[in-house]
Ligand binder design. Structure first.
Ligand code: ISL
Ligand code: CA
Length: 549
């Protein structure tokens, strides 16, 4: 069925790094308002706004202290209302980031909950007695250490799948669930247009709390007991029933560990749960024995297998989200393309062509549209991300990885790669701030910045604009059936999209060598491409072409 959110392109803003309007070195909401016409020129339809709620910033806003207040460093509620109005004036919708698997430990709910066992807020969180002086289970937290923290006051442990300052909320409590539905209603009544839901498939835990398989780090893997847990669909359907069904919203659930089969249950039209989900299979290709921290090579056929499984799996039922990067992932061109001076823009256009010609709703991460790249800070004190700082501390102290090994992982996959300030111009600090930025600007801002890209008709920025326009003008891009070609080819990704008798052929050369292929198609017209074609099936390094056939 046709839906506006299937035809939309979403742009993710990580406010802390987007644009600083008041010179304190921290991006803010007025800074977003200033750039609304830039986003309208790009042509995007929805902004996914990473959290702007009051937070102590242990995890840069993903630790919420007050769900109904704006983080002081980002501005005021009046600033938020002005930004929302400016977005809507440009025909741009706002998708808030809903972080309700956990709150901050400074939230008043948690302050109450930890104060005594019979406090009315006690069961808003997950408290358990230890076993013989040990935590309730052997689970490791995603940010290192045990997933349980002992709390003296009541002689019990509380669960925190992420940092110690992010206690997990107890979704078994109906009162807590009602609190969440109320805060969602508060923002929807203010006029926001939907939610990206942070690790939402972790909210239902197996209530028997069993130990997990011990991994290299010595902690157990708890994910089988909280990924897509026993009551998750009940909770999603209740949330839809109680809140979402009353508004015209766009929703996407961030779901580490979700499968295609599970995604059908979350996004099937008649399921009344979510519009789409973010899976992690493609961004995890090349993970090593310690995941992202000791990455290995990946093959193009890995990507093809994954994308094809999701394209075919959700073709008739459900809907795909499409992304290369976000605030947790490295920069797309560095991760999947080639960020050398010679091939940065060309491979960026190739990656954009592939993603935007797939079936699903595409997401563009701030700075991706003009080709920002990874950064390689030379010292750990240049890094800011709690996940990176904890991993560096843990792996160099437990000896599982050397300084050089963990630094390679940080350079290739660390989250700060995507959190360096957006490079607006060649001015000082990339035009991001007139002050000292909270994290260093990537030194390549002099050459790689939005202003230069907007002035260059052949830039990645204008290429993204053209791809977005193609999507708006051609239903085949949104609704066409995907069919993979050359499945075993390790250099060329080729596929077709077919809709109401029209077929488009997409060819992407992921390699730095010329590739010549034979394909059983008559080329009628070249729709878009990153270079003037020589002949349809000869592809120079990182060449991308889309043909009507
Ligand atoms: O990307 C990841 C997998 O390697 C993790 O870094 C990430 O923490 C995980 O995907 C969950 O991400 C979400 O929840 C976290 C927050 O740190 C991330 O920024 C957010 O996107 C806890 O709220
Ligand atoms: Ca600021």
């Amino acid at each position: 069925m046709k839906q506006w959110w299937k035809e939309a392109v979403v742009y993710q803003i990580y406010p802390r790094s987007f644009n600083d309007s008041n010179g304190d070195g921290i991006g803010d909401i007025p800074g977003i308002t200033e750039k609304m016409s830039y986003l309208a020129e790009l042509g995007i339809d929805v902004i996914w706004l990473s959290p702007v709620y009051d937070s102590p910033n242990d995890d840069n806003g993903y630790d919420i202290r007050d769900y109904r207040a704006i983080m002081e460093e980002f501005g005021t509620m009046a600033d938020f209302d002005a930004m929302l109005e400016e977005a809507h004036r440009h025909g741009i919708k706002i998708m808030m980031d809903l972080v309700v698997n956990h709150s901050s430990d400074e939230h008043h709910w948690f302050m109450e909950s930890r104060s005594s066992k019979d406090n009315p807020y006690r069961d808003y969180y997950i408290w358990k007695k230890g076993k013989d002086g040990q935590p309730p289970t052997n689970w490791g937290a995603f940010f290192g250490g045990s997933a349980w923290k002992y709390d003296e006051a009541t002689d019990e442990y509380y669960l925190h799948l992420f940092s110690k300052k992010q206690p997990d909320l107890n979704w078994e409590s109906e009162t807590l669930r009602r609190e969440v539905y109320d805060l969602m209603t508060y923002w929807l009544d203010k006029g926001v247009d939907g939610f990206r839901m942070d690790v939402i498939n972790m909210i239902s835990k197996d209530q028997s709390y069993p130990d997990g398989e011990t991994r290299g780090t010595g902690y157990g893997d708890g994910t089988p007991f909280f990924f897509n847990g026993p009551r998750i669909h009940e909770f999603m359907q209740e949330m839809n029933q109680e809140v979402l069904s009353k508004y015209d919203t766009i929703t996407v659930g961030e779901m580490p560990g979700v499968s295609v089969e599970e995604a059908k249950l979350y996004t099937g039209e008649d399921r009344n749960e979510l519009n789409m989900v973010f899976h992690f299979e493609h961004v995890d290709v090349g993970n090593g024995s310690f995941g992202k921290w000791n990455p290995t090579d990946w093959k193009l056929t890995d990507l093809k297998t994954i994308f094809s499984r999701w394209q075919e799996g959700l073709d008739e039922e459900g809907w795909n989200s499409l992304y290369w990067s976000n605030h947790d992932q490295p920069r797309a061109i560095s991760r999947f393309g080639n960020d050398s001076a010679e091939y940065r823009v060309r491979s960026g256009k190739m990656l954009a062509t592939l993603l935007h010609m797939l079936k699903g709703t595409p997401y563009i991460y701030q700075g991706e549209e003009f080709g920002m790249t990874n950064v390689a800070f030379d010292a750990i004190d240049k890094y800011r991300d709690i996940e990176t700082l904890n991993a560096y501390r843990d792996y160099t102290s437990n000896g599982l990885l050397t300084h050089e090994e963990i630094f390679r992982g940080i350079h290739e996959r660390g989250r700060d790669n995507s959190r360096t300030p957006v490079q607006w111009s060649a001015e000082a600090q990339g035009g991001f701030t007139t002050g000292t930025p909270w994290i260093d600007v990537n030194p390549n801002y002099v050459d790689i910045n939005a202003e230069a890209a907007r002035k260059d008709p052949d830039s990645l920025f204008h290429y993204y604009r053209q791809l977005i326009q193609l999507r708006k003008q051609n239903p085949v891009v949104v609704y066409g059936k995907y069919e993979l070609l050359l499945p075993d080819d390790e250099a060329v990704y080729a596929f077709t999209r077919t809709y109401e008798g029209e077929t488009w052929l997409v060819l992407c050369n992921f390699s730095d060598e010329e590739q010549v292929r034979e394909l059983p198609f008559e080329v009628n017209e070249r729709v878009i491409g990153n270079m003037e074609p020589v002949s349809p099936f000869t592809l120079r390094p990182y060449e991308a072409q889309v043909y009507k056939v």
